[in-house]
Design a protein around this ligand. Structure first.
Ligand code: MLT
Length: 263
């Protein structure tokens, strides 16, 4: 198992290919397996690295609270552990996008290009933050089953649920085996994540902002709106996909990523 020690925990990752490092960061409450379509295809030209964030997958768990900046620091330490000093391409989906924003703010010099998939720039409303605290408490009492039931219909477009049942089932299994303490800590961390809207103009590297046509969590209208405030961002709507566009429509997403990487 490939791991790098970051502070007190082991951070697990998988990697494939050689070339410019492309770090892909999963959403909540998932793990690196959501990027299999990118690990398989994009490793022909890139070194694709897919970590499990702190508290998820096979990485170590920190109970209590794990903030998005903490997770961004973990990514920087992962790069150090892999002796990667050149600027990377960073791709984050949803919570992975929240981490990518923080990485960009803290380690601008380590970031060559940015890919934001199905994510938000704004922070939580007080109501949304309170819901996350409630979820954190409940998952520790009951386990992640209720999260799988409520989230899966929002993660995937209805057509994906029909046509890619094994993929949806695999995602359910990932959620069910995730450590409740890891889920709770990240949920509390997302509740207090900052609004990055005031800093959008600082994200002046070549960027791709990508959103599933049927994403109901971070909508195309919302993502197109913040992409317009980033100096070099291209917005791409992925036809037929929901919130999990890289998993639902890997060929279309990979084509958009290749276009950014060749820019
Ligand atoms: C995710 O997919 O990571 C979540 O939808 C993020 C969130 O709950 O804001």
């Amino acid at each position: 198992m490939a791991t790098v020690k970051v502070h007190e925990i082991e951070l697990h990752y998988v990697e494939s290919g050689r070339g410019t490092p492309l770090v892909v960061v999963h959403g909540f409450p998932l793990d690196h397996t959501m990027w299999q379509g990118q690990l398989d295809a994009l490793s022909d030209r890139f070194r694709v690295i897919a970590p499990d964030l702190r508290g998820f997958g096979q990485s170590g768990v920190t109970p209590g609270l794990v903030t998005m900046p903490r997770m961004a620091d973990d990514l920087a330490q992962l790069l150090d552990g892999l002796s990667i000093t050149e600027p990377i391409v960073l791709c984050g989906l949803s919570m992975g996008g929240y981490v990518a924003w923080q990485f960009g703010l803290r380690y601008r010099e380590r970031l060559a290009k940015l890919i934001l998939c199905d994510t938000k720039a704004v922070g939580d409303t007080p109501e949304a933050a309170a819901n996350r605290i409630g979820l954190a408490d409940r998952v520790q009492r009951e386990g992640p089953g209720f999260i799988a039931e409520t989230m899966l219909p929002k993660l995937f477009a209805p057509a994906t649920i029909e046509s890619k049942a094994p993929c949806v089932e695999a995602t359910r299994q990932v959620i069910l085996r995730t450590n409740p303490k890891g889920i709770a800590a990240a949920s509390r961390g997302m509740a207090q994540r900052p609004d990055v809207t005031p800093w959008l103009s600082k994200f002046d590297m070549p960027a791709l902002v990508l959103c599933g046509q049927h994403d109901v969590i971070s909508t195309p209208a919302e993502m197109r709106g913040f992409a317009q405030q980033m100096p070099q961002a291209r917005f791409v709507e992925v036809a037929g996909a929901g919130h999990m566009s890289p998993l639902e429509r890997p060929a279309e997403v990979n084509a958009a990523i290749r276009e950014l990487l060749s820019r």
